[in-house]
Design a protein around this ligand. Structure first.
Ligand code: RM4
Ligand code: MN
Length: 383
């Protein structure tokens, strides 16, 4: 067991997981939800406080737009966390009906690009390393627009953003099979994202959002291939049963999460010098948000612990001998190990409560924010 991996592990939380969210049918509000990015940071800091492995918070611009990003970064530091990836948002404006950077109208493209530049300015102010780009761009109907020309427009915008980045900053391109566009998405899959990143250069990498694939897709294969090519930049972890469900990671298929994290281990993604951003991208529509994030972090930790338990020597020997069932058995032995006591010990060793969920529940924080956060506008989609 390589407990170094677990000691080093860092999982980034999405600010939007703490705001109100829902489906396209209803956004349910919850009491005590943050009213601004500062309060989102406060909530994220609680997750770090009880898990010890979630020291950074990703922002979504404009949802987390503030006057003074230095002040937000200072507030995060006071709470024991830091600001992480900046996620651009070019999908919530009427102008983007036919797309943002791939829109047929050059004025709309210009507007979208200006927003992406603004995000780089935010990165400069927050000290963030990564700009994560997800585009809702695409078409709904065959013939609606030129697939080929949309790729050209996209490539042009990506190149402009890439050129604007500092030497220590990265462009992380995320793909998604469908939604909101239903016929073609402009970046539907890892191959398209990979091709654009290859063309851009060294500091352009792919983000694998685990909810963005067709049912049955072998995500660990994609992870292995991207790692081999040095192009895996980040994960957006979540679970899906059907589409982009954004449920708690490891809830739908803990075995898949294990398989993915095992490939990360094999590909060196847990090494000291690894630059992979392990992020959550989730929405807690019906469950309480802070415990939802704590549970998610614990699920990633458990799958990581199991992945690091795999006896690589035994596995390699079995593989070399063509021992199919032996090799499979080595993997399953690790997966079927109950790693919860081990993680509880590790937490105790680090001065944390062995049971983060119970410790948070006992803390009274949930009751306090309900009592204190009265009035104002709760954060949520579009807020
Ligand atoms: C998208 C994508 C992005 C996330 C937004 C909220 O589907 O997953 O990563 O920032 O949703
Ligand atoms: Mn995502």
């Amino acid at each position: 067991m390589n407990s170094e991996i677990l000691r080093r592990q860092q999982i980034e939380l999405p600010s939007w997981a703490f705001g109100n969210s829902g489906t396209r049918f209803k956004v349910f509000t919850q009491q005590g939800v943050p009213r601004d990015p500062f309060e989102k940071i406060d909530d994220a800091a609680q997750v770090h406080r009880y898990t010890g492995v979630a020291p950074s918070v990703a922002l979504h611009i404009p949802w987390d737009r503030v006057e003074d990003y230095g002040a937000l970064a200072a507030h995060a530091a006071e709470q024991g966390v830091r600001l992480g990836t900046i996620n651009a948002n070019v999908f919530q404006d009427d102008d983007y009906r036919l797309g943002s950077v791939a829109n047929p109208d050059p004025d709309v493209r210009k507007k979208a690009l200006a927003h992406l530049f603004e995000c780089v300015d935010v990165m400069d102010a927050t000290g963030s390393r990564d700009l994560k780009l997800w585009f809702a761009d695409g078409t709904n109907y065959p013939g609606q627009d030129s697939i080929r020309e949309r790729q050209d427009r996209l490539a042009e915008a990506l190149a402009a953003v890439y050129a604007r980045l500092g030497q220590d900053q990265r462009l992380i391109l995320e793909y998604k099979l469908f939604e909101p566009a239903f016929y073609t998405m402009d970046v539907p899959d890892w191959g398209t994202a990979f091709a654009h990143c290859l063309q851009l250069g060294e500091r352009a990498k792919v983000c694998v959002d685990t909810g963005h694939h067709a049912p049955g897709t072998n995500i660990e294969f994609i992870v292995a291939v991207l790692l081999r090519a040095g192009k895996l930049g980040a994960f957006d972890f979540n679970s899906r049963f059907y589409a982009d469900d954004d449920l708690i990671v490891g809830a739908a298929d803990p075995f898949q999460l294990f398989r993915i994290l095992f490939e990360v281990r094999v590909g060196g993604g847990f090494d000291d010098d690894s630059e992979i951003a392990f992020m959550l991208d989730q929405c807690h529509n019906i469950e309480p948000k802070i415990p939802g994030q704590i549970r998610s972090v614990m699920n990633v930790q458990e799958a990581t612990a199991k992945a690091s338990l795999v006896d690589s020597d035994a596995l390699r020997a079995a593989q070399a001998a063509g021992d199919v069932l032996g090799a499979h058995g080595v993997l399953m032995d690790a997966y079927n190990t109950d790693v919860r006591p081990l993680l509880a010990d590790l937490r105790s060793e680090q001065g944390l409560d062995p049971d983060p969920m119970a410790a948070y529940a006992r803390s009274g924080y949930a009751e306090r924010i309900v009592a204190e956060r009265v009035g104002g506008n709760q954060a949520g989609w579009g807020a």
